[in-house]
Write a protein that binds this ligand. Structure first.
Ligand SMILES: *[C@@H]1O[C@H](CO)[C@@H](O)[C@H](O)[C@H]1NC(C)=O
Ligand SMILES: *[C@@H]1O[C@H](CO)[C@@H](O)[C@H](O)[C@H]1NC(C)=O
Ligand SMILES: *[C@@H]1O[C@H](CO)[C@@H](O)[C@H](O)[C@H]1NC(C)=O
Length: 428
């Protein structure tokens, strides 16, 4: 029988302070509200110094308050250790343990919430825990190797205070750039729910997911300025069976980006803007990237974004890969630059050594019921690889208006059309 625990994190504090690796102190304001705890007893524990024998007693209660583990919550003392201890205790407990962060000001981070939780493991996961190769320096808060996490933001804010870091971001011009920390990174997390959390001003991505399976995220609120570099809302990589629903994302890069090796990702009811839109890619940059399959983006609303729905792949791809069974359905564009775009000649800032065509093969791509207005004439832009023309691209019921008339452009693709077509079809 599969033994599983749910780790419930309830965040309801007023101010949360984090410290970056550089040990510069980053302060964040947060407006958080108390949440219903489903009637469960949440211990209100006073400030106490760490005492292992007391911890042992508390371990039975099912609620693990960071304050019981020594968190000072004075905004000055580094409370990371207490967070870690509370997590370890919760992780090792049976039943439905709950890690609690009571109201207060906490200086923490970067911090790892790492499994496997001793009795939470279903055994299906590959239990290598060498995270050194991943983590160090490129996340603020990391959840890794956890099965059955129930992460409730309860309106809590994770503020990366990225403004001072953004000028140091060189990733848009340098291939070998140093990645700035992701606000919340999920690595090998499975069968989990993340809801109602708010992430603002991350240094790079707000939420990253790598090697995750069966994750539902909803009610997220992700905010950074429209000109902040690489602050993607949610980046998904090598992950499967992921759904992102009913969320608001306003940021400086892709609202959601779906990277290599991802399958069965559904994005629904996301309001995006400002930002670069919802993208599959970029793909084809590195050696041996995995295929991307069975992705749906539906009922999303884009306002003032650079792109709407996009697939982008690099030139000079070192290995071949495939993108197939992609559906963009019922998406609304409000003053969007390129509402529908496939770009297989992606190579920002002349970072490609030479201009060999992309080796990412695109097939079975449907754009259906995409309507609204554009901010440029280029409403439909389908630029496929000259080495591997796109196959089975369908445009159905497209109505994208531009004051002076919208246009379409096709290269290395012969789409099939159905229903209304504004702009008029290309590639005929
Ligand atoms: C921890 O608590 C126990 C029981 O309350 C007490 O006997 C012990 O001295 C305490 N240890 C420390 C290090 O405070
Ligand atoms: C295509 O993707 C959808 C989800 O977007 C999935 O339901 C369907 O089974 C996939 N079809 C194939 C043939 O893989
Ligand atoms: C899209 O979002 C904009 C801005 O929030 C809103 O005014 C508009 O009604 C929304 N449109 C749809 C179709 O949901």
């Amino acid at each position: 029988m599969k033994v599983e625990i749910v780790l419930l994190l309830v965040f309801f504090f007023n101010t949360f302070v984090v410290r970056g690796r550089s040990s510069s102190i980053i302060k964040q304001e947060a407006e958080l509200r108390r949440v219903s705890t489903g009637g469960e007893d949440i211990a209100t524990v006073g400030e106490e110094s760490l005492n292992a024998s007391k911890l042992a007693v508390r371990a039975g209660t099912g609620t693990f308050s960071v304050k019981s583990y020594g968190a000072k919550s004075d905004g000055k003392t580094d409370d990371s250790k207490s967070f870690q201890l509370a997590w370890q205790a919760a992780c090792g407990a049976s039943g439905s343990p709950k890690l609690l962060i009571p109201p207060g000001t906490y200086l923490v981070g970067p911090i790892e919430f790492t499994g496997p939780c001793s009795n939470a493991y279903s055994g299906n996961l590959i239990a290598t825990t060498n995270l050194a190769q991943y983590g160090k320096g490129d996340y603020w808060i990391l959840f890794s190797w956890v099965n059955g996490l129930n992460f409730i933001g309860a309106g809590g804010t994770f503020d990366g205070q990225g403004a001072s870091a953004w000028p140091k971001n060189q990733c848009s011009t340098r291939r070998d750039c140093v990645r700035l920390p992701v606000n919340l990174l999920f690595v090998a997390v499975t069968n989990s729910v993340v809801r109602n959390l708010r992430s603002v001003n991350s240094k790079s991505f707000h939420i990253g997911m790598v090697d995750c399976t069966n994750i539902q995220m909803f009610g997220l609120n992700i905010i950074a300025p429209g000109n902040s570099p690489n602050t993607d809302g949610i980046h998904i990589e090598r992950s499967s069976w992921v759904t992102i629903e009913q969320s608001l994302i306003a940021t400086g890069d892709d609202c959601v980006s779906i990277g290599q090796g991802s399958t069965h990702v559904t994005i629904s009811g996301v309001t995006c803007g400002p930002g670069h839109g919802i993208s599959i890619g970029s793909l084809g940059r590195y050696l041996n990237e995995g295929d991307v399959r069975s992705i749906t983006v539906k009922f999303c609303n884009f306002t003032g974004t650079m792109n709407g729905v996009r697939i982008k792949t690099w030139q000079n791809s070192p290995s071949p890969s495939v993108v197939n069974n992609i559906t963009f359905d019922n998406n609304f564009m409000n003053n969007v630059g390129n509402p529908i775009i496939i770009d297989q000649t992606y190579c920002p800032s002349q970072q490609c050594a030479h201009m060999a065509p992309s080796r990412v093969k695109l097939q079975d791509i449907t754009f259906r019921n995409i309507r609204g207005t554009t901010s440029t004439p280029e409403a439909v832009k389908l630029i496929c690889s000259s080495a591997l023309p796109c196959q089975n691209v369908i445009l159905q019921d497209i109505n994208l208006q531009y004051s002076a008339g919208s246009k379409s452009e096709c290269q290395n693709v012969y789409p099939r059309y159905a229903g209304i077509q504004i702009p008029p079809p290309c590639g005929q």
